[in-house]
Design a protein around this ligand. Sequence first.
Ligand code: FES
Ligand SMILES: [Fe+2]
Length: 528
Amino acid sequence: MNAIATASALTLPIFCRTAKLDSKKGLKGKFSVLAVFGEVEKKNAWSAIFDVEDPRSKVPHYKGKFLDVYQALEVARYDLQYCDWRARQDVLTIMLLHEKVVEVLNPLAREYKSIGTMKKELAELQDELAEAHRQVHVSEARVSTALEKLAFMEELVNDRLLQSRSTTEVSEASSSPSTSAKSFNEEKKRPPRKSLNVSGPVQSFHPNLKNFWYPVAFTTDLKHDTMIPIECFEEPWVIFRGKDGKPGCVQNTCAHRSCPLHLGSVNEGRIQCPYHGWEYTTTGKCEKMPSTRLLNVKIKSVPCFEKEGMIWIWPGNDPPSATLPSLLPPPGFQVHAEIVMELPIEHGLLLDNLLDLAHAPFTHTSTFAKGWSVPSLVKFLTPGSGLQGYWDPYPIDMEFRPPCMVLSTIGISKPGKLEGQNTSQCATHLHQLHVCLPSSKQKTRLLYRMSLDFAPFLKHVPFMQYLWKHFAEQVLNEDLRLVLGQQERMNSGANVWNWPVSYDKLGVRYRIWRDAVERGAKQLPFSR
Ligand code: FES
Ligand SMILES: [Fe+2]
């Protein structure tokens, strides 16, 4: 409807039509929009908007046939093309009617018309406008049906991906020499089902997962003389600033006798071991060895950069990619809180949890979802086959950003009432970034950044940062006891993705993406 409002507000006298308006049948065929001022007959820039071919002649004829997924997708695509064409015709109809209204009300023309004639003309136009608006509503309904169809197709494609995955797993298991005859028969008997296999115990990290840029700390937490010890992929690292002020990341183990370096201090851009005082630069080179002759010693370091308020490292062996992703909130938002937490769960389980909203009315009953009703249907709708979309019926947009980030924008209408509006309809929003850094097998370093597009004064309220931290911890604690329980079950062999349903779409996609990375797939699914 926004497009229509915009179109109606245009200076319409510059348009003239080359096709006749028929209020009963609507506008047929192609339209050209011509400039009245300047070169007559020369199409102006707007003509491109309306000069679109009616796609109906090209629709493939599958009537009465059984369609495979790809044919069905093609039909859904043509449906959307038709909706697009139809919407343009609707806008043009309203623009032309608007033009007529302007003509009728033209003060020059008014001199030659009686009030009665004008009233009659305006009443007719009003009828035509009402008809055009009705047509717009029909088009709106068509668009939502077409989108639903597309979402359904998408689910079919997802199911197919899951099924082909479980088939591969079954055949791999059956060809494995260690598989007993009993389990083979059990696999054979079991009907193919939509499940992923994420069963325990928690495995060591696959090295392919390391070949990404990982945010590991917030810039504000790293002063010129402080250190941030982190664990990443089961290795201890320490981050500090060099002489030039740029951050570096070296192994958190002294080359001399393995003392943790972060227990020491930073002097003139070098980290000093607290045991015998050896000093290392941000590249890991030992530049000072007090009380003995300086030897050529170097400890491990990884590429480390600072961007948009975060420190990033590349823990993998492959050469780092040239660009660091951006994790800033959209324009108009201000960062209000940056919180770091060390959690005793595997990062994949935490991501599964963060990518799921359907659990909110059951799990977060003391915090943000207090008083929420349980909707009859919760869906995650992805406009493209990607890793981002929005939750229906909640005004929440969400994205999984590889390798371990979740971004979400939550529309806030009334406190505690989230249902029934989409994100853009809400006047105020909260934007969240969750980074789930894989620390060790059952540990995650969570970086949480919260931004708002309202109440900027809250930034200057003393102790507000503590209050935000308290809220964030409360919400997370509601999840933690459940995810810890899942982890326990997983360690005893349970599959945490045994029975995915429609609202699990984003979590399932994350698992499909991760599986492809670990298999070393050349083309990663859902990549933009
Ligand atoms: S252990 Fe670090 S200097 Fe000796
Ligand atoms: Fe939760």
